[in-house]
Design a protein around this ligand. Structure first.
Ligand code: ADP
Length: 334
C-alpha cells in the first residue's frame, strides 16, 4: 500500500495520535495560519464568545485535524469529530447538531463530500444556530424549528475550490495549509523522535525530512519505518546512511516520491507521451480515483516542478523525465 494513503494499522493510529501536538505553540510551521488563528481565538476569548467558524484547506497530512483539536483545546471546549462522507442524510447532521453542547467544536473532515440537503441544513446552523427538522413525508411534512447552542464549526477540505461558494462564505476564517519546508519537517521529526525515544543524528533527520513530501504525517510515518529498520539491523543511532538505506527499501525515493507519485508520473511520460492528458484518463491508467490523483499526488508533483497543469490537461515536465531516468523528448516543432 502507498505510504501516503491514510488507511493505517490500529497500532500506527495510536502512535500517530500520541505524536499530535496539543497546543498552538507546539504546532510546527504554518506561521501565517498559526498567527491568524491565534488572533481569532484570543479575540473570542476576550469577548467571552464561541470562536468563529474556521475552514482549513490543504493536502492530506498537513495538520488540519491536529489544528481542530488544538482549537478545542485552546478554547477549553469539547470536540466532536465527523466527516462529510459520514453525513449522507440531513438527518445524520441534525442528530449531530442537536446533541452539541454550548461552545463545542465540531470538526467536519472532507466537508466537500457532504450531501446537498445536509449542506443546506448546515448553512442555517452556521449562521443562525438553528435547524429545521422535517417530520413526515410529502404533503403532510412539517418543519419543526430547533434552536442550537452556539458552537464552532471547523471544516477541513483538501481543496477550498471544491466547496460551494455559499458554504465557503459562512466561515469567518479560512486557513490554507502549505507544504512544509525540509527545516520545518526536521523540527517535527526531532519532536517525534524524542517522544519515541529514538536516537537520530542531524543528518539522519535531514535525510528523512527530505523524503517526506513536505508532509508531517509522512515524516512521522517514515520515521517509524526507519525505526523498524534500525531495530531489525540492531543499529542504535540512525544516521543519514541508515535512514537512506531504510527508505530506499520502502521505495520512497530521494525526492520523496512514493509508488503512487511515480506511477502517475511514469504513465504521463510513457503512456501519454508527456501529455497533455485529462485527469480522469490519467487516473484510470494508474487505477486510482481521480480525486486521489488530484488531491494526493498532484499538488506535490506540481510543486516540485515535475508535472504541469494546463487548460488541455496534465503534462510531464523535462524534470520529470530526468527524475525517472528517461530520455527527455525533443520539444515539439511549431
Ligand atoms: P490532516 O488532518 O491535514 O490530514 P493531521 O492533522 O491528521 O493532518 O496530521 C497528521 C499527523 O501529522 C498528525 O498525527 C501530527 O502528529 C502530524 N502533524 C501535522 N501537522 C503538524 C505540525 N505542524 N507539527 C507537528 N506535527 C504535525
Amino acid at each position: 500500500p502507498s505510504l501516503v494513503a491514510s488507511q493505517e494499522e490500529p497500532e500506527e493510529r495510536v502512535i500517530e495520535a500520541a505524536l499530535r501536538p496539543k497546543f498552538l505553540d507546539e504546532f510546527v510551521g504554518q506561521a501565517r495560519v498559526r498567527r491568524q488563528l491565534s488572533l481569532v481565538l484570543e479575540a473570542s476569548r476576550l469577548r467571552g464568545r464561541t470562536a468563529d467558524h474556521v475552514l482549513l484547506s490543504g493536502p492530506p497530512g498537513l495538520g488540519k485535524t491536529t489544528l481542530a483539536m488544538i482549537i478545542a483545546g485552546e478554547m477549553n471546549a469539547p470536540l466532536r469529530i465527523s466527516s462529510g462522507p459520514a453525513i449522507q442524510h440531513a438527518g445524520d447532521l441534525a442528530a449531530i447538531l442537536s446533541s452539541l453542547s454550548e461552545g463545542e467544536v465540531l470538526f467536519l473532515d472532507e466537508i466537500h463530500r457532504m450531501s446537498r440537503p445536509a449542506e443546506e441544513m448546515l448553512y442555517m446552523a452556521m449562521e443562525d444556530f438553528r435547524v429545521d427538522i422535517v417530520v413526515g413525508k410529502g404533503a403532510g411534512a412539517t418543519a419543526i424549528p430547533l434552536d442550537l447552542p452556539p458552537f464552532t464549526l471547523v471544516g477541513a477540505t483538501t481543496r477550498a475550490g471544491l466547496l460551494p461558494g455559499p458554504l465557503r462564505d459562512r466561515f469567518g476564517f479560512t486557513g490554507h495549509l502549505e507544504f512544509y519546508s525540509v527545516e520545518e519537517l526536521e523540527l517535527v521529526l526531532r519532536r517525534s523522535a524524542g517522544l519515541l525515544d529514538l536516537r537520530v543524528t542531524s543528518a539522519g533527520f535531514t535525510e528523512v525530512a527530505g523524503r517526506s513530501r513536505g508532509t508531517p504525517r509522512i515524516a512521522n510515518r517514515l520515521l517509524r519505518r526507519v525505526r523498524d529498520w534500525a531495530l531489525v539491523h540492531q543499529i542504535d543511532q540512525i544516521d543519514a546512511r541508515a535512514a537512506g538505506a531504510a527508505l530506499d527499501m520502502y521505495e520512497v525515493d530521494a525526492k520523496g516520491l512514493d509508488r503512487l507519485d511515480r506511477n502517475v508520473l511514469t504513465a504521463l511520460a510513457t503512456k501519454f507521451g508527456g501529455g497533455p492528458v485529462g485527469l480522469s484518463t490519467l487516473a484510470i491508467a494508474v487505477g486510482e480515483e481521480p480525486e486521489t490523483v488530484e488531491t494526493v499526488a498532484e499538488p506535490y508533483l506540481v510543486r516540485e516542478g515535475l508535472m504541469g497543469r494546463t487548460p488541455r490537461g496534465r503534462i510531464a515536465t523535462p524534470l520529470a523525465y530526468e527524475h525517472l531516468g528517461l530520455p527527455v523528448p525533443a520539444p515539439a516543432p511549431f
